[in-house]
Every structure is written in C-alpha cells, then in structure tokens.
Ligand binder design. Structure first.
Ligand SMILES: [Zn+2]
Ligand SMILES: [Zn+2]
Length: 444
C-alpha cells in the first residue's frame, strides 16, 4: 500500500477551509464535496489491488469450505479474530455466542457501524468446485462468506488509514442472520449504544458487478412465525363419524388462512401468510388425535403485522371450533423474534447516493423494489438510523446467476472490491461529515 495519506490531505484541506468559519465543512460545499468525492474511488482502487483482492478471495474461499450454522460460527469467528489480531484491531468477543465487534479510529464519537453476517444454511452444496463446502449438509448459499471477507477487506483499508478517521468505525460480525435473529441478540448486548449510524449490504444476483440496488424508506417486510396445535379425537378411519377429525379442521384452517393473503395494487399494502409445516397422523387408517401446522406471516408495517397476528389467532381457533376441535396458537417469540420491517434512513440514503455516485457513477445506482423477504438487519435499523443496500455481482458475459438459498448458488468474487470499498468509504466519509459537534450540512 502506498504511504501517501490522501485522506489526511483531504482532511487538512477541509480543516483549513472550516477554520475560517464557525461551521465545519459547510463553508464551501463545492470544495468539501470535491474533497470527499476522491475518497470512494481511492478506496475502490485500493480494494482492487491484487494484494487486497487476493486477501478477500482467500478469506471467502476458506469460509466457503467451512460453513457453520447460526450461533455455531465458532471457527468463522476465530478466523475473524485472528485477522483482526494481525491487523492490530481491538475487538470484543463473544457477543451473542460467536459475534465479534471491532473498533477502528479515535475511540471517540461519532461512531459508525458496518455489519456483516457470518452464518451458512443447512443445505448440501451442489456446485462442484475446488472450494466446495467440506461440512456435509451445510453451505454458504447466501453469500455471507463473501460478506465477512468484504468487511475484513474494509477493515484492512480503514486500519491503514486510522489516523485520518474523525471518529470510530465499529465492525459488527454477527451470528445467525438466517432466522435466528442474531442481530437482535447483538443489539440486546448493547453493541449499538452511542452509535450514530449503521450500514449493511447483501450480494445480489439482480444487479451487475459495479452496480448497487438502493431504496430510501421501506425496503423489506417484517415477519413473524406461528405454530398451531389442533386437537380433536382420533379413531378408526373406517368410522370417521365417531371421531373429531383434526386433519379436516387443519385443512379448513389453511384454506381460511389463505384468505388473509392480499396482493394489492400498491405492493406495500400486501401481506402474506404461508403455511409451510403440516404434521399429523402416522397410519393410513387411523385418524390422529391432533395435528400441528406452522408457517410465517409478513407485512410492510408493524401495524400490519400485529393485525395479521390477531387474525391468524382468530381464524385458527374459530375455524377449529367449526369442526368441534380445540386449537392453540403460539407465535414462538422467544426463539424466533418478530423481524421488524427494514427501513432505510432518508439521510443515510442521501449519504449513500453521494458516496456510491462518486465511486460507481450515478447511472450504476439502480432503484430496488420493496420485497416480502426479511433481513434481521432491521433490528439494527429499528434502533438507530440504518442503511442496507444490494451489491451487484452479475457478469454480463456469464449470464444470470442462481439466486441465494439454492444448492447451485455461486458468488462472483469480482464484486468483493466494490463491497469493501463501499464499506470503507461510507464509514470514513460519514465520520468526516459528522465529526463536528456543531450542526452541519442541512443536506445530510
Ligand atoms: Zn439468506
Ligand atoms: Zn443473506
């Protein structure tokens, strides 16, 4: 890496400018913007250097070979801590079992956080390649191996420029994004206390390498889980009239639950209820005593979620009663907390557009649609201003990539420098713009 400290050159320029006025940075927006404009492309060049690119690829492939499920990311966490040790970055561990939180910069405010999730999925990899998963039945099929690699890449760059940082960057390596709500556990452990903002990203097969998908405000749905037990009275299948059939009741419940699904003209008014689990009966000629059904429900507002929860309870219990069954519904909130709606902060959206515009060009920033998918980043973005974006990885010449959660999922590693550079740029420029205790920039 070059020893030229370009961030400090820009900083000195900014400090020089601001010293002639009471307000920092806002004195000459054109010039300060010009200074900040250089940072993203410089970080991208650094991230694309063979040294850093190879480093990230190596980390990503090592993790890909050794996937671990939520709250079991012990080796992943160890690898991260080893890398942070080598870089001389201090961290806290364990948080939420395997989570790691690193600190780069002054140790003082402002604080800006960057987040990567670490967990893999319980599935068997079907891609035959040199770095195929060695852990049978486990696979990094959502790209979290690459997310960790990109945050470590960013950490390397930020640590090398730590003396230029005007505050503290917090590196959040969280467990169990895939349904475990690892983010909530990290949040409950207090990792975002006094933190001003948090950024997160996800690799996406809908956008090309060098493109990002963005949206201000609502980005992803909120979701909850439910499980219902429907109790009847079992008996011989030849005399169903002597039984109270819970299978019949459960089937009617599922049909009724389907009527709660609505797909409105405005997708943001839509809601989803899906029964994905149905367990009951073991024999061909015995009506069981009880049946268990379970599933998920999703909506784009907290009120929508609460309303759906009530309706599910009503439909299950009342529809069961129609068939003379009893039903109880559990929402499993202790083990599977409700995921809040993911909302991108409007001011961070502006900050992102500026940084990504300088790095990638405005034409490569694509609008993203709000989707019914969920992301536990929402716990963070619910607690403090947060911003989550999609990082493109499609290479036009190689055709469409398989979407995540498929055994055929592949990551295009050419995207790694973009993620690392965006992380580093978003955080360092955020600190530059917010380091003044005085109110700054109306535009931010
Ligand atoms: Zn996933
Ligand atoms: Zn994911």
């Amino acid at each position: 890496m070059s020893s030229i400290s370009w961030v400090s050159v820009i900083l000195n320029l900014l400090i020089l400018l601001s010293s002639s006025s009471q307000t920092t940075l806002s004195i000459d927006p054109s010039l300060s913007n010009q200074g900040l404009a250089d940072i993203p492309s410089k970080f991208l060049n650094l991230a694309k250097s063979p040294e850093l690119f190879d480093y990230m690829v190596k980390i990503r492939r090592t993790l890909h070979e050794n996937p671990e499920l939520g709250f079991e990311e012990f080796e992943t966490s160890k690898l991260i801590r080893n890398e942070l040790d080598k870089m001389g970055i201090q961290y806290k561990y364990p948080i939420a079992t395997t989570g790691v939180v690193g600190y780069i910069g002054t140790g003082n405010p402002p604080f800006v956080a960057l987040r990567a999730d670490m967990d893999a999925l319980a599935m068997q990899e079907a891609v035959e390649w040199e770095h195929k998963s060695k852990n049978s039945g486990k696979m990094h099929a959502c790209g979290h191996d690459a997310h960790v690699a990109m945050l470590l890449g960013a950490a390397k760059m930020l640590q090398e420029h730590r003396s230029d940082l005007k505050g503290t960057v917090i590196l959040v390596f969280q467990p169990a994004e895939e349904g475990g709500g690892g983010a909530k556990k990290m949040l409950d452990a207090g990792i975002l206390e006094n933190v001003n903002a948090i950024f997160g990203l996800h690799l996406a097969t809908r956008y090309s390498v060098g493109d990002v998908g963005v949206r201000s405000g609502l980005l992803m749905a909120g979701s909850g889980f439910f499980e219902a037990q429907i109790k009847g009275k079992g008996g011989h299948a030849a005399i169903p009239q002597h039984t109270i059939d819970p299978i019949l009741a459960a089937s009617n419940i599922i049909v009724s639950l389907q009527q709660l699904v609505s797909r409105e003209a405005d997708p943001l008014d839509s809601q989803v209820v899906t029964v994905a689990k149905f367990q009951g009966g073991h024999a061909f000629n015995v009506i069981p005593d009880s049946v268990i059904i379970g599933g998920t429900f999703r909506a784009f507002s907290t009120e929508g979620l609460v309303q759906l929860k009530h309706r599910i309870e009503e439909v299950v219990t009342l529809q069961a009663a129609v068939q003379r069954c009893n039903a109880t519904v559990s929402f499993l909130e202790d083990e599977k907390p409700f995921y809040p709606v993911t909302i991108n902060d409007k001011n961070l959206h502006k900050h992102f557009l500026k940084v990504a515009g300088h790095m990638l060009g405005d034409e490569n920033i694509k609008p993203a649609e709000a989707v019914m998918g969920t992301e536990d980043f929402s716990f963070f973005a619910n607690a403090i201003p947060g911003y989550y974006y999609y990082l493109g990885m499609v290479k036009e010449t190689e055709g469409q990539l398989v979407a995540g959660h498929s055994p055929y999922y592949k990551v295009n590693e050419d995207a790694l420098p973009y993620g690392a550079a965006l992380h580093a740029s978003l955080a360092s420029t955020y600190l530059l713009e917010y380091h003044s205790p005085l109110p700054i920039h109306d535009e931010l």
